[in-house]
Structure formats: C-alpha cells, structure tokens
Design a protein around this ligand. Structure first.
Ligand SMILES: NC(=O)c1ccc[n+]([C@@H]2O[C@H](COP(=O)([O-])OP(=O)(O)OC[C@H]3O[C@@H](n4cnc5c(N)ncnc54)[C@H](O)[C@@H]3O)[C@@H](O)[C@H]2O)c1
Length: 240
C-alpha cells in the first residue's frame, strides 16, 4: 500500500501539482495549507505552518484519518517584497523567514519525531522547496533569497542528522514556475521576458514538471539525500 504523504502548501501551485501526481500513484494525501484544496479526495487541515501546536494537532488527526505519515513535501510559501534591502520592512522579513525556514523545520521535525516514536522512520523521506535565489548573490532578494538559502542549508543539516534513522531529506531549487505566486508578481509589474531569455530552455517551468522532480526525490530515489536539485531549465548552469 502506497504510504501517506503530507503536502504543505498543497492547495495551490507546485504543491497542488504534487498532490495530483501522488494521488495518481495511489498515495493517501493530506494537505496542510492556509487555504482549502480544490479537491475532495485528500485530507485537509487549514493551518499556519509556523504554529507548532496546530501542526501537532494536524499530525495526530492526519494519522487517525489516513494512517501514519511516511513522507512530507514542504511546498508552502509566500513571495518576497522584491525591493532593495534598504527598503525592506523588518516585519515582512521576519514573517518570510518564519514561514519558509521555521515552517519547514517545524513540519519536518513533527513528522520525523512521530516516526521515531513509532520506530517507523526507516524509508521515510522529506522534500523541501528552496529556490535558484538560494545560490549566489541577487538584488532585491535579501528577504526571500535569504530564506531560501536557509531552507537549502536546513535540508543538508536535517539530511545528515536523520540519515542514521533511514530518513532522506532533499530539496528542489525551482526556477520561475507558472503558479499563482509568480502570476501575482506579474500582476504587480514583474516582467518574465528577460527570465525566459536568460533561461537556456527558453521558458518558465510548469507546476507539473516541478512536481515530477519532487515526487522522484520523495519516492523513487533511494541513495540521494542532502542535495538541492536546481529545476531551472539551465539557469544555474549559466552562472552569473
Ligand atoms: N513558483 C516559483 O517560481 C517558485 C520558485 C522558487 C521557489 N518556489 C517555492 O515553491 C513553493 C511553492 O510555491 P508556489 O509557486 O506553488 O506558490 P503558491 O502561492 O501557488 O502556493 C503556496 C501555498 O502555500 C500556502 N501557504 C503560504 N503560507 C502558508 C503558511 N504560513 N502556512 C500554510 N500554508 C501556507 C498558500 O496558501 C498556498 O496555497 C514555495 O515555497 C515557493 O517559495 C516557487
């Protein structure tokens, strides 16, 4: 029987595409998101991933409803302000770090802690969402890019700590992917034409393409842990 997977941020964009592919493969899925998923074949809990008590309660409910959670994809997220560092609002930066970094740490730790309690950690896996902005220096990314670099580092650290338990932890670093998050940027005047022009494959990624890489790392890989895979049409390969 395919194992139970929690997908944070599974109500939208990349997370929703991951849910599609997991359901196609016969997995039980629970979505943890601030919003409702647009489907009724998954478990769901509306929560903020930065709220440890809410995460603990949701994990207990998910296990009762669909069995022990064996895998986790942390696809929740909010976009950065896209302004120079001198214009950043400290409250916005704190919230961004909280959602991306603390939210990833809290949810991953809750799932793995419970698996350890059950002596069932071996074979479990986690995939986190970093970003191409986690590599090198970028203008206008002193909030989001820093948060994503921290997620990338966190992924490496957790992979090392949890390898002895038999738990793999990997990240993907998406390039621009056509989701509501990127559409919101476009609606606020962000021009993706230069991004497409700089990308060797010449276009943005689709959520389904990103989800395929995530599901591969989550379920099909066996000896891959502690890596962050750029899924970016060659953006990172070009360098600066
Ligand atoms: N789309 C891209 O180009 C791109 C590029 C690099 C990285 N990413 C990352 O991929 C992940 C998914 O992004 P997306 O483009 O699918 O975005 P999206 O906005 O389509 O989906 C994000 C989901 O996360 C949920 N969410 C936000 N804050 C939350 C919180 N505190 N608690 C629970 N749920 C919360 C939202 O409700 C939403 O359903 C994010 O971590 C994002 O930073 C996206």
């Amino acid at each position: 029987m395919a194992g139970h997977v929690v997908v944070t941020g599974g109500a939208s964009g990349i997370g929703a595409a991951v849910v599609d592919q997991l359901r196609e493969r016969g997995h039980a899925v629970t979505v943890w998101d601030l919003s409702e998923p647009d489907r009724d074949d998954v478990g769901h809990r509306r929560l903020d991933v930065t709220d440890a008590d809410a995460v603990a309660t949701a994990l207990t409910a998910a296990e009762r409803e669909r069995g022990v959670v064996r895998h986790l994809v942390t696809s929740h997220g909010i976009r950065g302000a896209y302004v120079p560092a001198l214009e950043l609002d400290p409250a916005g930066v704190r919230r961004l770090l909280d959602v991306h970094v603390v939210g990833t740490l809290l949810t991953a730790s809750a799932v793995v802690r419970r698996l350890v309690e059950l002596d069932a950690a071996s074979g479990a896996s986690v995939v986190t969402l970093a970003s191409t902005t986690a590599y090198g220096g970028w203008a206008n990314q002193s909030d989001y890019g820093v948060a994503k670099a921290a997620v990338r580092q966190l992924t490496e650290n957790l992979a090392i700590e949890w390898a002895g338990l038999g738990v793999r932890v990997n990240a993907v670093a998406p390039g621009h992917t056509r989701t509501p998050m990127v559409q919101d940027l476009i609606d606020h005047g962000y021009d993706v034409a230069p991004v497409e022009a700089r990308t060797p494959l010449g276009r943005l990624c689709t959520p389904a393409e990103m989800a395929r890489e995530i599901v591969h790392l989550l379920l099909d890989a066996t000896f891959t842990t502690g890596v962050c895979v750029p899924v970016d049409g060659g953006w990172t390969a070009v360098g600066k």
